[in-house]
Design a protein around this ligand. Structure first.
Ligand code: PRX
Length: 654
């Protein structure tokens, strides 16, 4: 069906069987949404009952977006334990139900099915190990693990004893790991010997060894055996999980924490400076993750739900571990990559485990789409009922392929827009309530009040259609609470540009039906294969190299990755440019940050376009990288306009 205003935009109303099954249909959405924004206290006070509280809350919402006094508190006088909510409370009814299906990188290795009873025991043992190693309530634990069940045990074990975890994606370098260990002053790092991925192995323990050289010598290291390869061992610092677990008691009492005690810190990139530690707390976060998991994915008893993210990112936190387990769901953890051993792996895993909900990123969809339909059509995907997308805008071609080839035209696609900072989905169609438009994130979740602001005036634009910056008018329970150790940075980053609002950093369009379309970041953050990166981080890595005098980094459209990393590099005087040097700089960035930050393009730039006051005009650099020379805008304010001609003449092929 076409939209009346835009005949080229196809609209897919929900199918009747989807509506019949759904937790929320169109009428219920209207009613619940109105209630959620008209009386958030009453709405969330009721929803809070989804969790088991040790001491019930009497207060629900206490929030302020006022600059200088930003304060976000939900269920502030309630107490609970997150791990008890994900485990203990399910034991009476689903002890023998599979909680986690583990699918290893190598398809010849057997999958593992971990029941709620087993998961409970393993988390308790891990919690006891953490306590033996001196970890106490409020202490920080860095988790640097492959996508193995022990990652979930470690998260829930921290939650059980009230410790705060900070997961570092296994693709980050030792330097990046050290910065995060030091940033949150962690007492312990949990790692593994190696991380198998796509048939290759990342040496996690030796990365951790290298990182720990730059950390306090009191930091301990707990090592999980994954591949069994030899690693170096430092007595009294390194501890063997597989040995300790044999001795560990299989019950640990869940510690009572306040709803507002931190559950985890997750470092994420912004437009300036080094990554910041996003802090999520216990009660509101868990409630929001659980509720969105159930309603957006229309999760029902007996479903097998799979989110392909890594637990190193927020998607893995909310939608592999916390949301699904709080709901007593069966959640699949996949260690591998979509293209190993070949491009049918995702679909084979769906067939093997009869996956009902499948949630992935557009970059994976685009990569697989390019491999041809046969990889999909040879698998039996009849179990699939719903598909999800997250991490970046999904282009209509990829959406259509996902819908038709993977979902056979029967599975709604939920295009979920959210961020590390938001804890869970903020904009998404709900499968039984909303029509779908390829590429649109559609509607706000309950309690979410999106507004489109004029970027110049900061005024709300009430009418539709319109386009501008996307902000939120009020708080929701899953919102981040602060930047670890730097509340001022929290206020400055999210509440200073547009007074009284949370500023997402994204631009958006709202169409004549009031549906939202994300247009991408409006700041210096880029999104490479769904990985969020600050261009400033890549620049500071580049200028740390002796040959580099100056660097400016921008994103450019990349067919598969969404955005690629385009670097303009000015070399030191007398430094000769060469292809070898480009290779060296690429490797340099990989070791400074990690392979995910590897530059796609390096262009030698004898000069960068700067204003007379020395500010780099990134707008111009972006246009050149995008191969869009017609709209460079006014270059007359540049200190040396001829720089631009040189950059255009020598633009690298992308
Ligand atoms: O630009 C938006 C994009 O990803 C950013 C958040 O990145 P991160 O904190 O790493 O979290 C990713 C997973 C939640 C957003 O500011 N983004 C995320 N989801 C979408 C999206 N852009 C368009 N459509 C989406 N569905």
């Amino acid at each position: 069906m076409n939209s009346p205003a835009h005949p080229e935009i196809r609209v897919f109303p929900p199918a009747s069987d989807t509506v019949a099954r759904a937790h929320v249909d169109a009428a219920k959405y209207q009613e619940m949404y109105a209630a959620s924004v008209n009386d958030p206290e009453a709405f969330w006070g009721e929803q809070g009952k989804r969790l088991d509280w040790i001491k019930p809350y009497s207060q629900v919402k206490n929030t302020s977006f006022e600059l200088g006094n930003v304060h976000i508190e939900w269920f502030g006088d309630g107490t609970l334990n997150v791990s008890a909510n994900c485990l203990d409370r399910h034991l009476a009814t689903r002890a023998d139900q599979t909680a986690i299906i583990f699918e290893p990188d190598n398809p010849d290795e057997p999958a593992e099915y971990i029941t709620y009873a087993q998961l409970h025991r393993r988390v308790c043992r891990m919690a006891n190990i953490l306590e033996t190693l001196g970890v106490r309530k409020g202490d920080r634990v860095v988790i640097y693990l492959p996508m193995i069940p022990e990652a979930a045990y470690a998260m829930l074990a921290c939650a059980r004893i009230g410790a705060i975890h900070s997961i570092v994606f296994a693709g980050f370098s030792p330097d990046a790991l050290a910065a995060r260990i030091n940033g949150c002053d962690a007492k312990l790092v949990i790692t593994a010997d190696h991380a198998p991925r796509g048939g290759r192995k990342t040496p996690l323990k030796s990365n951790a060894d290298a990182a720990l050289l730059h950390c306090k010598d009191t930091v301990k290291c707990l090592v999980v055996k994954r591949t069994g390869d030899q690693t170096t061992w430092i007595a009294d610092r390194d501890f063997d999980y597989n040995e300790m677990v044999l001795e560990a008691n299989d019950y640990s009492r869940p510690v009572e924490v306040n709803a507002e005690d931190p559950l985890f810190i997750l470092y994420t990139s912004g437009s300036t400076g080094q990554p910041k530690g996003v802090v999520h707390t216990s009660g509101g976060y868990l409630l929001y993750a659980a509720m969105t998991h159930e309603i957006t994915f229309d999760y029902h008893e007996g479903d097998v739900y799979w989110c392909t993210a890594d637990v190193g990112w927020v998607t893995g936190h909310s939608y592999i571990v916390y949301g699904p387990l709080a709901n007593g769901a069966t959640t699949l953890m996949f260690e591998g990559v979509p293209t190993y051993p070949d491009a049918s792996r995702f679909w084979q895993v769906c067939e093997k485990h009869k996956v009902t909900q499948f949630y992935t990123a557009p970059t994976a969809i685009r990569a697989l789409m390019g491999q041809g339909d046969e990889f999909v059509s040879k698998c039996d995907l009849s179990s699939l009922r719903l598909l999800g997308s997250v991490g970046e805008p999904i282009n209509p071609e990829a959406w259509t392929w996902y819908h038709e080839v993977v979902g056979k035209g029967k599975c709604p696609i939920v295009d979920t827009w959210w961020q590390t900072e938001t804890g869970g989905h903020l904009l998404t169609p709900l499968p039984g309530a909303h029509a779908l438009k390829p590429g649109a994130a559609m509607k706000p979740f309950f309690g979410v009040q999106p507004v489109v602001l004029d970027p110049q005036s900061g005024e709300e634009i009430p009418e539709s259609p319109t386009e501008g910056v996307l902000c939120l008018r009020d708080s929701w329970p899953g919102q981040m609470r602060t930047v670890w150790g730097d509340h001022e940075r929290f206020e400055k980053t999210y509440f200073a540009d547009y007074k009284g609002y949370y500023f997402s950093g994204d631009g958006c369009r709202r169409d004549e039906d009031g549906d939202y379309w994300i247009t991408g970041r409006v700041d210096d953050v880029i999104n490479v294969s769904g990985h969020r990166m600050g261009t400033a981080e890549v620049e500071s890595a580049l200028v740390a190299h002796v040959a580099v005098a100056e660097a400016a980094v921008v994103g450019y459209p990349h067919e598969i990755k969404g955005q690629g990393i385009y670097c303009y590099v000015t070399l030191m005087h007398e430094q000769e440019p060469s292809d070898e040097l480009k290779k060296e700089l690429r490797n340099w960035v990989r070791t400074e940050i990690g392979p995910i930050a590897s530059p796609d393009v390096i262009q030698w730039a004898p000069g960068l376009p700067k204003t007379r006051s020395g500010k780099i005009m990134r707008r111009i650099l972006r246009k050149i990288a995008e191969n869009d020379f017609g709209s460079l805008g006014d270059t007359s304010t540049l200190a040396d306009p001829s720089v631009v001609d040189d950059l255009i003449a020598n633009r690298a092929n992308t």
